[in-house]
Structure formats: C-alpha cells, structure tokens
Write a protein that binds this ligand. Structure first.
Ligand SMILES: *Cc1c(COP(=O)(O)O)cnc(C)c1O
Length: 365
C-alpha cells in the first residue's frame, strides 16, 4: 500500500489530480470488485455487475447536476476534441450554419473543426485582447437561423470562465464545452441544448467523454456520422452500442460518490471559490511580482494563469516549486508563464501550500 502522504500537490491541467480516497478505493477493489472475483476492467460490460454499476454512475451524475428527465446522459469516447466534430455532425440537423463565440484556444479549436461541416459564424471574440475576457453578451451578433450556438464555458489555457449563462432569447440551442469546470459549482443544465466534457480534468481518468443532450435535438445526425458517435444511436442503446471505457466509468463513479460526500456541487463550489480567491489575492497583492491579465469578473476558478514580473525567474520558480512538492505549474505553451489548475480534487491544503511557496519565492528576490 502506497502512503497517501507521499502524494505531491498536483496542479496539472489534465489529466489531473484525482481524490486520494478515490484512488485508495480503486486500489482496494482492484483485484476483486464487490465479491465478483475479478477487476471491473476484466468483466463484460453487458454482465449484471457492470450494468448495475453503470446505472448507478449515471443516476449519481443526474442527481449531482440535477439533470432534467428530458436529457440523455452519454458516457462516450473521443475526448473533448472529438466532440468538436461530433457536435456539428449530430446537431446541425440539416441546417447550414452554426454560431460560435471565440474566447480562447479551445473555442478556436472547436471553430476550426466545425468549419469542416458547416458555415461557422463567429458571433463574438475576445481575440483582440489575447483572450483575457468573456465578450459582453450585448455585443454578440447571434443568428436566429443557426443550428446551435457554441461556447466554451471555461477556457483551460487562458483561465477565463463564464459566470453567467447567456440569456439570448431565441430558439437556438446553446451548446457548451464544459471540459474543465463541469461539476465545479452548481450549473443549470436546463439552459443548454447540449453540453460535453472530457473526463480528465474534473471527473476521472482520460478516455471517457461525457455528453448531456436534450431529447428533442436527437434523431437528425448527419448520415455519415459514425454510429458510435451518433448520440441518438448511443442513447437508444443506453450508451452501450459498443464497449464503453468501463474502468474509466467506474472511476468517474467513485469520484461522483466522493463529490456527494463533499456536499455535492454546492459544497465543492464554496471550497473552489475560496481556493481561487486565495490564489488571486496572492497574485494581486504581490506588487506586480506575479501578474494575471484576465478581467477580474471572468477569472477562472479552475485554471489560474499567472506570470512572473521578471520572466527570467520562471525556471527557478518551477524548480523550487517541484522541490517543495508542487507539480504541474508550467503554463500552456500558447500562453507561457504559469498555470495552477485547481480542480475539485486539488485540496485547500494544496492551494495554501502554493500560496506560501509563492510568497516565500517573492520574498527571496
Ligand atoms: C482539455 C480540453 C479539451 C480537449 O480534450 P481532449 O480530451 O484532449 O480531446 C477540450 N476543451 C477544453 C475546454 C479542454 O479543457
């Protein structure tokens, strides 16, 4: 048994930290899941043991997110990036155009991929200021004939988050890439036509992709959509048209149970807000030693991007951090600097340790 005390404070953007309790439970059940005499990863996805598990995992997610009954929950593969293609394939429904808001690297990627399938209207963008804010909704130029309207509600690379859901009053369904902040606080699923997330940021291991889609949008996938990525076909077969990533589903389920023990999304939301405030306060009170360029109201609670005022100290900062048991702080290459990803599984203790290190490092120079 590996001691939990040996675990480093992991600020990786993804794949990312999982709760230690979850990994310990997986370890304890690895060879013999609930008396079945085998590991979850060795059993048929069509057998009763796994089917029971799958139903419970889905129900727990429905409870955690208060997902209305007219939404399908699908546990698929292909990653967040796969959804950049599967969204237009499933949701264009014969229409020629879709609206996209561009707030950073991930929405840019979604736009590029969607342009293979339809005319993309970029109805708002924050590229003019290096993706440091969410464009005000009254500046958007929405199209009423768009098949859907796509946003990325947390830009993992740029550290920009939507704290309110767009309210545009038309029939165009809102679609959101929530990969890096799903389950981080309460969110009203009923305001979306569809939302999706790769699991490896805030849910579980990589290899699992979550799609939540409203019933009435199903049934119109493009005929060339691969069956395993056709939401309608997957919904009809309870997301078991082919073998789902069974072990990843199991681990996601353990994370959902853990999240319930933290008081659900409301409980973890309070902790997440506190963690983010500690870190942004440390940056803002450093007299420019550390800097963050995101408009304060749009600063992500999950991905805190910051720069050293003197960038020649970057290597020393990262080296010292690692020596202090703080890993994964290097910023994305598109942006540079530092990034602390403080997902649900990153504890308040870890954030406090990071803040203490940042203060000590600044004091030394
Ligand atoms: C990580 C991430 C993705 C890409 O996920 P993959 O599973 O690597 O394809 C897409 N969107 C956002 C917002 C992300 O953070």
């Amino acid at each position: 048994m590996i001691l939990a005390a040996n675990r480093t404070h992991n600020f990786s953007a993804g794949p990312a930290a999982l709760p230690t309790e979850v990994l310990q439970q997986a370890q304890a059940e690895l060879l013999d899941y609930k008396g079945s005499g085998m590991s979850v990863m060795e059993m048929s996805h069509r057998g009763k043991v796994f089917m029971d598990l799958a139903h419970e995992v889905e129900q727990d997610l429905r409870d955690l997110m208060s997902i209305p009954a007219n939404y399908k929950v699908l546990f698929l593969q292909g990653g967040g990036k796969g959804e950049f293609s599967f969204i237009p394939l499933n949701l264009l429904r014969g229409k020629a155009r879709a609206d996209y808001v561009n707030t950073g690297l991930w929405s840019t990627g979604a736009i590029k991929e969607a342009a293979k399938y339809c005319e993309v209207a970029t109805i708002a963008s924050s590229e003019d200021k290096n993706f440091t804010y969410v464009p005000a909704e009254n500046s958007w130029k929405p199209n009423r004939d768009a098949a859907f309207r796509h946003i990325c509600t947390n830009e993992t690379v740029h550290g920009v988050e939507y704290f309110s859901i767009p309210k545009i009053d038309d029939e165009v369904p809102l679609v959101a890439d929530m990969s890096s902040h799903i389950l981080s606080r309460p969110m009203d699923v009923s305001r979306f036509g569809c939302l999706y997330a790769g699991a490896q940021k805030n849910i579980g291991p990589s290899g699992l992709t979550l799609v939540i889609v409203r019933d009435d949008l199903l049934g119109h996938a493009h005929p060339l959509t691969p069956s395993v990525f056709d939401y309608t076909q997957q919904a009809k077969s309870d997301w078991m048209l082919n073998t789902p990533p069974t072990f990843a589903v199991y681990l996601a389920g353990l994370t959902f149970k853990w999240l319930m023990r933290q008081g659900g999304v409301a409980g973890i939301g309070v902790v997440n807000a506190h963690k983010a405030k500690l870190l942004y306060d440390a940056i803002d009170s450093s007299n420019g030693f550390y800097q963050n360029h995101v408009t304060p109201a749009d600063r992500s609670q999950m991905n805190v991007v910051f720069f050293l005022g003197n960038e020649t100290q970057n290597a020393a900062f990262l080296e010292g951090a690692l020596a202090s048991g703080l890993a994964g702080l290097k910023g994305h290459k598109a942006v540079g600097g530092m990034r602390a990803s403080i997902y649900n599984a990153v504890s308040l203790t870890a954030v406090e340790a990071l803040v203490a290190y940042m203060k000590a490092f600044a004091a030394k120079f």
